[in-house]
Design a protein around this ligand. Sequence first.
Ligand SMILES: NC(=O)c1ccc[n+]([C@@H]2O[C@H](COP(=O)([O-])OP(=O)(O)OC[C@H]3O[C@@H](n4cnc5c(N)ncnc54)[C@H](OP(=O)(O)O)[C@@H]3O)[C@@H](O)[C@H]2O)c1
Length: 249
Amino acid sequence: MSKLKGKVAVVTGASKGIGAGIAKELAAQGASVVVNYASSKEGADKVVADIKSAGGTAIAVGGSVAKAADITSIFAETKKAFGKVDILVNNAGVYAFSPLEAIEESEIDRMFNTNVKGLLLTTQAAVALFPKEGGSIINIGSVASQMAVPNASIYSGTKGAVDTITRVLAKELGPKGIRVNGVNPGPVLTEGVVSAGVDGSDFLNSMIQQTPLGRIGQPKDIAEVVTYLASDDAGWLTGSLIEAAGGLR
Ligand SMILES: NC(=O)c1ccc[n+]([C@@H]2O[C@H](COP(=O)([O-])OP(=O)(O)OC[C@H]3O[C@@H](n4cnc5c(N)ncnc54)[C@H](OP(=O)(O)O)[C@@H]3O)[C@@H](O)[C@H]2O)c1
């Protein structure tokens, strides 16, 4: 249970949902974890409290990945607390679904600013704090990038960009010993899915029916794959995209 002992991990968007599950799992494997949040300080504090009560180390750090100035302060706080970054999980992401005719410019900006611009600038800031031995970056994409689901043109577009960025940065950062991989979940039961009104919808039920393993995912299903990629067990993987979706594709 200490595969990540001595490592420092930053998880963006870890106040709830998949990010919270990842933060707890990385901490359970011995990493010191920065639990980033945008608006839910209470949620992030609870994740930190859960990690500490299980014997782990974590701090909550606020800041939106959609704002460059916030990213600078997230990593300044990380450096102050832990001195380095070994593992970055780019999990913060937003999603909403609408047909082409209902798309608004503000929604394009919101999703691309968080899911794509935020991921790139966060990675840039984190890499500056990686030690010379390198480390591991895990980008949370989605099966939506390949499934081409109707009414998801913006969201799927952002996640297609994430897949490509993962492959590009794997080549760029490989010589520094930094591995860059992606985890692409299918539907996962999270606060975001509930508040988007997706839970219980015909859309979600049809996705579950198409899932060979026959159920919706849970944050822990994704967190265990991320923890594997963060560890030396995945030392020969970079530029890989792992579908964590119960076989849905
Ligand atoms: N759930 C699914 O079915 C599913 C499937 C495939 C992929 N994914 C991907 O998995 C990731 C997490 O999804 P989720 O369902 O767990 O979402 P969620 O329940 O809505 O939680 C989103 C998290 O991201 C944070 N966040 C949002 N905007 C942010 C920003 N600008 N800066 C920093 N943090 C921000 C939120 O922080 P605050 O609460 O503090 O605002 C929250 O902690 C996303 O990248 C999503 O695209 C999800």
